[in-house]
Design a protein around this ligand. Structure first.
Ligand code: XMP
Length: 416
């Protein structure tokens, strides 16, 4: 452990003596997330790059072709990261480039058919987001009428979500959808719970219980399909090593130990950008594929502190105004994910000649490719002003709006 951490944007100063950094600019932007430093080099190793803080950022052993780096080449904010990975995979390891998402659809369908057999009935949890929509479309192709989509309203959805999902995925895409109003169940279980990990686990379990209840109504339903992605897996569980749990994504680390249904997770190894590409291949409408991601636990992890129906209603309205203004300013598609957060903080305001003491709404907007790292979106100030004005004027209970200017890392995208 070094004295100084490096989180987020940093500069890589390439010494020019590394096969790994071939053709990487002398100075380039990289993304860091660590508190460690190299104090002494192992025998035979040399320094290949330093950060602008003078901390060793890359080392290598020329004869053994062995390399170590202390930044993340895989994230989009490391501007020449792909070049570094290519140097390693093709230049140093001499691997062949033969992965193609084009083959993925056929392979995924075959794998699903093999898993569920010729008579298995499959429940698919729809969230309104792109991942579960893509999974449903794949399953529809794989098992046809044996697919039963269940859309759970946990009382923590975005404004207008239920109707939108039924209209677009039901009517436009042609999926058979059972909508379940489970808001009393979820909000009841969440009453008084403040801890983010507890909230996530309660929601993860409750989803499964609702799906199990729905499955009982369908003879032969043994399988539950869900849109788990690789980042959910990485951040929820330690996959192949000592990575710590960052947060329990509701559909992975938030799952109960005992479940009656067997999971079908055809996109578990894909990243968001790949799922979107697959969605387009499957001919899902562009506006479904291009929607901002929305987490399964919904508004519960955007209401800091205990969740109530009233706080969910308040946040839902703030979020609706925010997204409405982003669309109006033609910014929605320029942003990867934007949402409002309700803070358990009261501050003093003056409205007219009255003192107010009300809650704070935080606005978050980030750009990302896969959700693993993100940078805050430089929102034009006139748009921010308009959103702030509308939220405060239209929502009694809020008298202050703040904008979040933190990248991931060190923050995560969601606040909980
Ligand atoms: P974080 O907050 O981990 O978010 O930086 C990365 C992306 O994942 C989404 N997210 C979730 N999605 N279930 C989901 O389906 C979850 O439990 C969950 N937690 C975070 C988040 O909205 C962002 O797009």
């Amino acid at each position: 452990a070094g004295g100084q951490g490096e989180y987020g944007r940093a500069e890589l100063q390439n010494s020019g003596n590394s096969a790994l950094l071939t053709e990487v600019s002398p100075v380039s932007q990289v993304w860091m997330s660590h508190g460690d430093s190299v104090a002494t080099l192992p025998t035979g190793f040399e320094v290949h790059a330093k950060s602008d803080d003078g901390i060793v950022a890359a080392i290598g052993h020329p004869e053994r072709q062995c390399f170590g780096i202390q930044f993340h080449p895989e994230v989009v904010h490391t501007t020449e990261g792909k070049k570094i990975l290519k140097n390693f995979v093709f230049g140093i390891c001499k691997a062949k480039n033969d992965w193609d998402l084009g083959d993925f659809e056929a392979q995924a369908i075959a794998r699903i058919q093999e898993q569920v057999g010729s008579d298995g009935q499959v429940i698919c949890g729809l969230s309104g987001g792109v991942d579960s929509a893509v999974v449903a479309a794949l399953l529809h192709k794989a098992v046809g009428e044996r697919l039963h989509c269940v859309f759970v309203d946990h009382g923590l959805l975005r404004s207008g979500e239920v109707n939108e999902v039924l209209r677009v995925l039901g009517e436009e895409v042609g999926l058979r959808i059972h909508a379940v109003d489970a808001s009393d169940r979820f909000l009841g279980k969440l009453a008084g719970v403040e801890d983010p990990e507890k909230k996530r686990k309660i929601i993860g379990e409750e989803f499964i219980r609702v799906f199990e209840d729905e499955a009982k109504k369908i003879p032969g339903a043994r399988f539950l399909a869900q849109g788990t992605l690789y980042p959910d897996v990485i951040e929820s569980v330690s996959v192949a090593g000592p990575s710590v749990t960052i947060k329990s994504h509701h559909n992975v680390g938030g799952l109960p130990e005992h479940m009656d249904l067997e999971l079908v997770e055809p996109v578990r190894e894909l990243f968001k950008d790949e799922v979107r590409e697959l969605g387009l291949q499957l001919k899902l409408p562009k506006h479904v594929v291009g929607r901002h991601p929305f987490p399964g636990p919904g508004l519960a992890i955007r209401i800091l502190g205990p969740v109530t129906r009233e706080s969910a209603d308040l946040l839902r309205e703030a979020d609706r105004i925010y997204l409405e203004e982003l669309r109006r300013a033609d910014l929605y598609d320029a942003i990867w994910q934007a949402f409002a957060v309700l803070l358990p903080v009261y501050s003093v305001g003056v409205m007219g000649d009255q003192r107010s003491y009300a809650q704070v709404v935080g606005l978050r907007a980030v750009n990302s490719v896969d959700g693993m790292t993100a940078d805050w979106f430089p929102m034009p100030s006139e748009v921010l002003g308009k959103i702030s004005n509308r939220i405060i004027n239209e929502l009694p209970g809020v008298n202050r709006v703040v904008y979040d200017v933190t990248s991931k890392p060190p923050a995560t995208i969601e606040w909980e």
